[in-house]
Design a binder for this molecule. Structure first.
Ligand SMILES: Nc1ncnc2c1ncn2[C@@H]1O[C@H](COP(=O)(O)OP(=O)(O)OP(=O)(O)O)[C@@H](O)[C@H]1O
Ligand SMILES: [Mg+2]
Length: 348
């Protein structure tokens, strides 16, 4: 178990982490998600022992490691840019840490062979120079180099972000399988929310060095705790006051007028007007634009002056609409995400 306890990290005058606390459970695949510059790498580097906090503590299994040298923390790290030794072969790169630890040659050979096969590197690739490998293969080498040391904790700082989309998708699945197989507590850093959602047991969303929310992907997505999380994750519509008032007029509804309100684009149901819509709140609108994407169709629907984006996933029996259609836009009240207004309304 990893605990960040009231960590403060400064770079000169700038405070990157003002008061960072977080707890990560044994065996968990935990992701730090947030925009560029929010402090994700800083948090990882502090845990790894590369960055010293001004105050606060880092605990691993209840033991204070804040002032322990980096190489004694049992932590493996994989970076975005692979950080391999370019003049060494793949085998030498993977074996490097074991050599430094003065393990016997037979043991090194066997551990390198075993881990290479785990990350799908072929014996022939082991004897190539790292520069001869593709980006995806190089990242497998970096992962093997970290795993061969049998770390208790694996830190992955945007390991897939230099790779093309297809390769990223494949490696995502392989990485997650490796993590589960080895049961290593892993902290993954990304600003790709799709990656975060599909891989993680839990996610912490960071904003300007602060934790906005910690939760399962589903909690983060469906019950976003703050306006920042709500708008950072997924695609949302901000609802105008007129629409919110209509929704809030449903008897017994939890929707309240006067609050900052959002709805995710795929949570709307598009249907003909006058059709029954069990459990949904309904707004009348007119289709203004239709964009076909294959696995979904995206509609722009004008609702009481609100230009709503509605994403309808492909379904064999889904109704289709054309520009000018008068439609009803339904939404379950629990899918209307509401927050206190953070800015006061300026009136003329
Ligand atoms: N060594 C440093 N010296 C000065 N400022 C730094 C240093 N490292 C990080 N920072 C600053 O601290 C803040 C957090 O940086 P960090 O690298 O942790 O962000 P990040 O969330 O990893 O961003 P990215 O997604 O771009 O990698 C940024 O404003 C950055 O400029
Ligand atoms: Mg970073």
């Amino acid at each position: 178990m990893i605990t960040f306890e009231n960590l403060v990290v400064r770079f000169g005058e700038f405070t990157a982490l003002p008061d960072f606390s977080l707890q990560i459970e044994e065996g968990e695949f935990f992701t730090l998600l947030g925009p560029s510059g929010c402090g994700k790498s800083t948090a990882l580097r502090t845990l790894a022992g590369f960055t010293e906090p001004a105050s606060g503590r880092v605990l691993v299994d209840g033991k204070d490691v804040t002032s322990l040298p980096s190489d004694q923390r049992g932590i493996g790290m994989v970076f975005q840019n692979y950080a391999l030794f370019p003049s060494m072969s793949v085998r030498e790169n993977i074996a490097f840490g074991l050599k430094v630890a003065r393990r016997p040659k037979a043991e090194i050979d066997e551990r390198v062979r075993a881990i290479a096969s785990e990350v799908a590197l072929t014996p022939a690739q082991l004897d190539k120079g790292v520069a001869e490998l593709s980006g995806g293969q190089q990242q497998r080498v970096a992962i093997a180099r970290a795993l061969v040391m049998r770390p208790r904790i694996l830190l992955l700082d945007e390991p897939l972000s230099n790779l093309d989309a297809q390769l990223r998708g494949q490696l995502r699945i392989q990485l997650k399988e490796l993590q589960q197989q080895f049961g290593i507590t892993s902290i993954y850093v990304t600003h790709d929310q799709d990656e975060a959602m599909s891989m993680s047991d839990r996610i912490a969303v960071l904003n300007q060095g602060r934790v906005e929310q910690v939760g399962t992907p589903q909690e983060i997505y469906e019950r976003s705790a703050t306006e920042f999380v709500c708008t950072f994750i997924g695609s949302v519509n901000r609802l105008r006051d007129e629409s919110v008032q209509t929704l809030a007029s449903y008897p017994g509804t939890p929707v309240q007028a006067g609050r900052s309100s959002y709805a995710r684009v795929e949570r709307f149901v598009l249907q003909d007007r006058g059709q029954p819509s069990e459990g949904l709140h309904v707004l009348d609108g007119v289709v203004e634009r239709v964009d076909y994407h294959g696995y979904f169709t995206q509609y722009a629907v004008r609702v009481q002056g609100d230009p709503l984006t509605v994403r309808v996933p492909y379904h064999p029996s889904a109704a289709t609409f054309v520009v000018g259609d008068e439609v009803a836009v339904g939404i379950a009240p629990r899918d209307v995400l509401q927050y206190e207004r953070t800015q006061s309304v300026v009136t003329a």
